[in-house]
Design a protein around this ligand. Structure first.
Ligand code: NAD
Ligand code: DAU
Length: 332
């Protein structure tokens, strides 16, 4: 594998993966990204120009996509509309990017017989009860709750259909909630950190009992590279790091690390259809590929993430007002 096309490489996880590829491989990288509100070229700053080509464009632009896929040995597909609250307010872009965009990439990968890795989410499996001893595995039935997760489930099923019907050489990974630097401030952890940095109160949906299974973004990237290099064609791999925590617990840690009183937050209207709990069983990835997460200390990872937002105010401050205007408009 000498060249990789990374879609969505200016987003949170895609840009981390590009940094990871530069540091851990010799491949040439082309990033295809539409630079929506969620994409930021500054997330790719400092990477060597002789290894990285950036193309601004839409993954549903068949002609553009076809030329780029033809020129790469493999495609790693991160591009998506990724935020549940946006999908509840305006689902259409989710259908466009997550379904039509994925279809467009699959058609080119099939035409040129390219290796394809599809990035997906644990949300395709729906949610678990708080007291359920079980966790999601690769055989858990699909049961998505939101427009976002329904379109991600649709994209996974398209990949599976292209593998079975057309022999596409593909793999899929479904990962739990990522955290780390350069995450858009609409998401839970950076929204609360930047609220505190701005002197506003953090906002917790409902009673904050919902549980998410946190994994550091660098561990997601190392898992994707392991699957790309050594994963079995046709297989799905779940990615997680045993990081289950309720939202109220995560917020308490942020408040403590930022020297705030423990009750310095507001409870706001719950998310419609709010998934209760996600939990990942990543045994397959460990046993088949020998992968394990490196960032096992959540509090240390969170402290470093807080420090990144504190030191990189320029990166997020321009989008804070628009983000909070949106949340106010939906009562959050
Ligand atoms: P993000 O919103 O930060 O980034 C998405 C990127 O895709 C942006 O750079 C955006 O400009 C680009 N994009 C959007 N529509 C496009 C289009 N039509 N054409 C080209 N580019 C387009 O998202 P993220 O959090 O980095 O998530 C990346 C992927 O990982 C998504 O597929 C998401 O479903 C999946 N995922 C995310 C998480 C998480 O916790 N954030 C967990 C598991 C899986
Ligand atoms: O599980 C993987 C998924 O994780 C990815 O597929 C998604 O792309 C990613 O956005 C994330 O989805 P969530 O909906 O779990 O993430 P979010 O950061 O939006 O919210 C995390 C939890 O925090 C969720 O229970 C809602 C809650 N929340 C969120 C915000 C923004 C709050 O309580 N307050 C907030 O202000």
């Amino acid at each position: 594998m000498r060249s990789v096309l990374v879609t969505g490489g200016a987003g949170f996880i895609g840009s981390n993966f590009v940094h990871h590829l530069v540091a851990h491989t010799d491949v040439d990288i082309t990033v295809l990204d539409a630079l929506t509100y969620a994409g930021d070229l500054r997330s790719l700053a400092g990477l060597p120009g002789n290894r990285l080509t950036f193309v601004r464009g839409d993954i549903s632009d068949a002609e553009l996509v076809d030329g780029l896929v033809a020129g790469a040995d493999a495609v790693v597909h991160f591009a998506a509309e990724s935020h549940n609250d946006n999908s509840l307010a305006e689902p259409r872009p989710f259908l466009h990017t997550n379904i039509v965009g994925t279809y467009t990439l699959l058609e080119s990968a099939r035409r040129h017989d390219r290796r394809f890795h599809h990035i997906s989410t644990d949300e395709v499996y729906g949610d678990l009860e708080l007291d359920d001893p079980g966790r999601f595995t690769e055989t858990t039935p699909y049961n998505p709750s939101s427009p976002y997760s329904a379109t991600k489930a649709a994209s996974d099923l398209l990949v599976r259909a292209w593998m079975r019907s057309f022999g596409l050489r593909a793999t899929i990974s479904n990962c739990s909630n990522n955290y780390g630097p350069r995450q858009h401030i609409e998401k839970f952890i950076p929204r609360q950190i930047t609220n505190v940095l701005r002197g506003s109160r953090p906002k917790l949906y409902g009673q904050g009992r919902n549980v998410r299974d946190w994994v550091h973004v660098e561990d997601h990237s190392s898992a994707v590279l392991a699957i790309l290099e050594r994963g079995r064609i046709g297989e799905t791999y779940l990615v997680g790091a045993d990081g289950e925590r309720s939202n109220v617990e995560v917020l308490a840690t942020i408040l403590r690390l930022m020297d705030q009183p423990s009750d310095a937050y507001d409870l706001v209207t719950d998310r419609a259809g709010h998934d209760l709990r996600y939990a990942i069983d990543w045994t397959k990835l460990r046993e088949e590929l020998g992968w394990a997460p490196a960032h096992r200390d959540f509090e240390a990872g969170l402290a470093a993430t807080i420090e990144w937002y504190r030191s990189n105010e320029d990166w997020w401050t321009g989008s804070k007002d628009a983000t909070e205007d949106f949340y106010r408009s939906v009562g959050k």
